[in-house]
Design a protein around this ligand. Structure first.
Ligand SMILES: [Zn+2]
Length: 347
């Protein structure tokens, strides 16, 4: 059966007046790009497919691990044992409860070279990421292309979210002109996280997504909203009617430093464990994972599925993707990770 507003699965939300039959049709005709499929992203994906977003593009660079299972919706112990990429595991689970939705998984790093490929055609972009580089890149692309996006972040027992409608509400750089200095922001790795902080922020993001996608833009929350669950407190920032800043470098002056790639970081310290992702310059083109496997399996224990090669080298584990990226586990030092990459995978 093709997707239809008459599908019984949507009957209760069609009864909700601001959505109705017309809103449901718009939802089924819409495309959402979701970047990051960790705790926030998996919860976002589940809700988006249940409400009936017609097409969902999932972008994430990581594989499912056991440490994800305590808070990241839908993933199973088998996904972790199989070392499946998150978007592949997630797409399988999402199709199982709504086969009519077009779920498009992309095992990829979102960076200045790939952002257009992954986000073009999206009516709305949702942030499930865990790092500022990617968020500033999303902000640059969405402002330059006039596509709304919804910022979401969570750590420990609190979270933060804002709806960015270019030209109408403050953009990320209106709110935070520069990203925090490296190592200065708390991460899930240093402060931990509890599941309700992620599901709460994801739900707030989906509520605003529903307003935008069903043609109820007037009802969108314009404030930067922050919630602390433990002890409980909520804050809304920006006053009655927050506006974009005329002197904002991004939405005011229209300079897009992250989109131009001038602000891109080559190696990123990864949230959630002692690991660094290495993104080699000019990756993807001509990278041959089979050749790397052949070379490394002669000396080291290798595990391979259709998407990644996992190699145990003394003291470290390298997870190499078919676009040339690698997650180097066992170090939090970017330079060391780069040198291990050069040593084992080769530049
Ligand atoms: Zn701005």
């Amino acid at each position: 059966m093709s997707a239809s507003p008459e599908d019984p699965r949507y009957s209760r939300q069609v009864l909700f007046r601001p959505i109705g039959d017309k809103g449901q049709r718009r939802l089924l005709d819409s495309t959402v790009a979701l970047v990051g499929c960790g705790a926030l992203g998996a919860s976002l994906a589940e809700q988006l497919v249940r409400v009936g977003v017609g097409r969902l593009v999932l972008v994430d660079r990581d594989v499912v691990e056991e440490s994800n299972l305590g808070r990241q919706a839908l993933y199973t112990a088998q996904d972790a044992a199989d070392g499946l990429p998150k978007v592949v595991a997630l797409a399988g689970h999402l199709r199982a409860f709504n086969p009519d939705i077009d779920v498009d998984p992309r095992v990829s790093d979102l960076n200045a070279s790939t952002v257009r490929e992954h986000l073009s055609g999206a009516d709305l972009v949702l942030d499930g990421t865990d790092n500022f580089d990617t968020r500033y890149l999303l902000n640059d692309w969405c402002v330059s292309e006039n596509v709304p996006w919804i910022y979401g972040a969570c750590v420990a027992s609190r979270g933060l979210t804002a709806v960015i409608v270019p030209g109408e509400t403050p953009c990320l750089r209106c709110l935070f002109p520069e990203p925090p200095a490296a190592g200065s922001a708390e991460t899930c790795d240093t402060s931990g996280i509890i599941a309700p902080a992620a599901t709460m922020i994801a739900s707030l993001q989906v509520a605003e997504a529903l307003k935008i996608l069903t043609g109820n833009g007037d009802a969108v929350r314009r404030t930067l909203f922050s919630i602390e669950l433990w002890p409980f407190r909520v804050f809304e920032m920006g006053g009655e009617d927050p506006q974009p800043r005329p002197d904002c470098p991004c939405c005011g002056d229209r300079t897009f430093a992250w989109l131009d790639g001038t602000e891109r970081t080559r190696a990123l310290t990864y949230c959630g464990r002692d690991a660094v992702q290495v993104v080699p310059t000019g990756a993807a083109r001509g990278f041959d994972l089979d050749a790397v496997e052949t070379r490394l399996s002669a000396s080291f224990a290798c595990r391979r599925n259709d998407y990644v090669l996992k190699v145990e080298v003394p003291g470290y584990v390298l997870t190499v993707f078919d676009d040339g990226r690698a997650l180097v586990s066992g170090t939090g030092d970017a330079d060391e990770a780069r040198s291990l990459y050069d040593r084992y995978v080769g530049s």
